[in-house]
Write a protein that binds this ligand. Structure first.
Ligand SMILES: Nc1ncnc2c1ncn2[C@@H]1O[C@H](COP(=O)(O)OP(=O)(O)OP(=O)(O)O)[C@@H](O)[C@H]1O
Ligand SMILES: [Mg+2]
Length: 215
C-alpha cells in the first residue's frame, strides 16, 4: 500500500505544527503503522524531539534542505510507509510548503484559538486553495490547539473558525503540560503513562479521526 501523506502547515509560528506532527506520528506508529516524519523545517524540532529520549516509534528524518523538491523526494518513499507526516516551517508561501501540499492527501492546520493567531493563519488557506490546482483531492482540516477549557473568549473565537473556510477536525488538543513533557522526554504521549491519561485519550481520538479521513 502507498503511504498516506499528512502535511502539518501554518503560516503562524508556534501554532503547534511540530507538536501535532509528533503526537500524531507517535500515536499512528504505536497503533502498528509504519510512519516517517519528514522534518522539513530547518529548526529541526521534530528531529530534536525524536532524539531527545531514544525509542521514538516513528522514523524521523531531516529533509530541511529538500525545499521545493520535497514532494519528489518523498514520492520515492511512498511504498515504504503507511503514513508520511511532514512537519513544515512557518511559511505559507515557501517552496517547501507548496511542495508538501502538492504531495499531501491531508493538510492539518493547527490554530490557537486567539484572534491574532487566526488572522496570521489566513494565508495558509490561500496556499491550500492554490495547491488544489495541482492536487485537487487535497483534504484540509483545522486542528484547534492549546484550547482553554470553557472560557467565553475561547467559545467566541471558536465561533469565528468556520469563516476560515477550512472545516474543523472534531478532535482538539487542549493546552497541557503533558505535550511539552513528551517533547522534553523525546517520546510519545502514551509513554508518559498514567500522568498523561487524558492527553493520551485526546491524541488517540485525533489519530483515529485522521485514520478515518484517510481510509
Ligand atoms: N497543546 C499544547 N499544550 C501545551 N503546549 C503546547 C501545545 N502545543 C504546542 N505547545 C508548545 O508551544 C510551543 C510551540 O509549539 P510547536 O513548536 O509545536 O509550534 P510550531 O508551530 O511547530 O512552531 P514553529 O513555527 O516555530 O515551527 C512549544 O513550546 C510547544 O511545546
Ligand atoms: Mg515547528
Amino acid at each position: 500500500m502507498s503511504a498516506r501523506v499528512i502535511a502539518v502547515v501554518n503560516q503562524k509560528g508556534g501554532a503547534g505544527k511540530s507538536t501535532l506532527a509528533m503526537l500524531l506520528a507517535g500515536a499512528l506508529a504505536e497503533g502498528g503503522a509504519g510512519v516517517l516524519v519528514a522534518d522539513a523545517d530547518p529548526q529541526g524540532t521534530a528531529l530534536r524531539w525524536a532524539t531527545a529520549g531514544g525509542g521514538f516509534p516513528a522514523r524521523v528524518e531531516d529533509l530541511s534542505d529538500a525545499e521545493g523538491k520535497l514532494h519528489k523526494q518523498l514520492r520515492k518513499r511512498l511504498e515504504d510507509y503507511d503514513y508520511i507526516v511532514i512537519d513544515s516551517p512557518p511559511h505559507a508561501s515557501a517552496p517547501v510548503t507548496e511542495s508538501a501540499l502538492r504531495l499531501a492527501h491531508l493538510a492539518l492546520v493547527p490554530v490557537i484559538p486567539s484572534p491574532p493567531d487566526l488572522w496570521a493563519s489566513l494565508r495558509i488557506r490561500d496556499a491550500i486553495e492554490h495547491a488544489r490546482g495541482r492536487n485537487p483531492d487535497l483534504v484540509a482540516r483545522i486542528v484547534v490547539n492549546q484550547a482553554q477549557l470553557n472560557t467565553l473568549l475561547a467559545q467566541e473565537v471558536l465561533a469565528m473558525l468556520p469563516q476560515f473556510g477550512i472545516p474543523l477536525l472534531a478532535a482538539q488538543l487542549k493546552s497541557r503540560t503533558a505535550y511539552r513533557q513528551a517533547a522534553a522526554l523525546g517520546g510519545t504521549i502514551s509513554a508518559l503513562g498514567h500522568r498523561a491519561a487524558i492527553a493520551s485519550l485526546e491524541v488517540a481520538a485525533l489519530a483515529r479521526e485522521v485514520e478515518e479521513l484517510l481510509a
